[in-house]
Design a binder for this molecule. Structure first.
Ligand code: VOV
Length: 271
């Protein structure tokens, strides 16, 4: 029995963080403004890297209390992800948030997608899937998963034909969500605690429930899948993240609606 080939793309770092409200609320308003301005510079540089197609970046507010914020980065190499980690650590945002969960993986596609005789590097459609720009959908859902290895439901002992049959049925369900849910499946065997990181994007979060629910009844998930913790949230730009963070400070009530640039202006006037 031989392992199926995979096509591997950008390395992915999910960085889930919680706000240290004890520090954040104790900070003076000018200090909070300066902090967020410094962070905005970092976020801007991340979006520029994405613009240059040298990586991807997204900011998300996470629902529930497993985390408050997710920073999601993709880069061509693990070293570059570690550079991003250092660059983030240098921002004051790192001082008043703490990591609650992280996940390292690499964008993965089935090896059968490689057409014989065609250089993967020249196949634009495959390159776009291996090195994806951050989808612009409003919502995100992330969870890690394994394929079971307990007899008789041992995914890794199935022959190729059986696995293909299961994945065909899985793909058929997924395709019914074309244009509604976008998936980025990342392999993490040898990289992190689970075998895959599943990241889904949709404008309506209810579609995550509908898709995952449908897949639970499909044999490839019903018999073989095991799941880790689920995270769900919505995508924000830096300005919206700023407003969300400011709302969590008691002093924000009289500043509701002020964005980074408004704040910069008022800061410049000596506020
Ligand atoms: C949003 C829709 C969607 C679509 C269209 C889709 C399609 C496909 C196709 C065609 C293929 C086959 C290999 C390849 O082409 O890469 C896959 C592969 C895979 N998937 Fe998937 N999947 C989706 C969605 C989707 C979800 C929601 C999940 C989580 C499962 C659940 O129960 O919660 C998932 C998982 C996976 C995994 C872990 C793999 C790798 C399995 C392996 O052993 O290698 N996936 N997937």
């Amino acid at each position: 029995m031989s392992a199926p080939k995979t096509l591997d793309g950008w390395y992915v770092y999910h960085d889930f963080r919680k706000v240290r409200y004890d520090l954040w609320k104790g900070m003076s308003q000018p200090a909070a403004n300066a902090l967020l301005r410094a962070y905005a510079g970092f976020a801007e540089s991340q979006y520029e890297i994405q613009q240059d197609r040298k990586g991807s970046f997204g900011q998300f507010v996470i629902a529930g209390n497993k985390a408050d914020i997710l920073f999601l980065y993709m880069r061509p190499s693990l070293e570059e992800l570690n550079e991003v980690k250092a660059a983030f650590a240098a921002t004051p945002m790192a001082d008043f948030t703490e990591s609650t969960y992280s996940y390292i993986s690499v964008v993965e596609l089935g090896g059968y997608l490689a057409k014989p005789g065609v250089d993967i590097e020249q196949d634009e459609a495959i390159q776009a899937r291996l090195k994806p720009a951050m989808p612009s959908h409003r919502h995100i859902c992330f969870y890690p998963m394994n394929k079971r290895r307990i007899h008789p439901d041992n995914w890794y002992m199935l022959d190729e034909e059986e696995r293909r049959k299961f994945l065909l049925a899985h793909g058929a369900i997924g395709r019914r969500y074309a244009g509604i849910v976008k998936q980025i499946i990342c392999g993490s065997i040898g990289l992190d605690d689970w075998e895959w990181g599943v990241t889904l994007f949709a404008d309506d979060p209810l579609q995550f429930k509908k898709l995952v629910h449908e897949m639970r009844f499909d044999e490839s998930s019903a018999r073989f899948a095991e799941f880790g913790p689920f995270y769900v949230g919505h995508q924000v730009d830096t300005d919206e993240l700023w407003r969300w963070l400011m709302r969590s400070r008691a002093s924000f009530t009289h500043e509701r609606g002020a964005g980074i640039h408004d704040r910069d202006r008022t800061m410049g006037q000596g506020n």
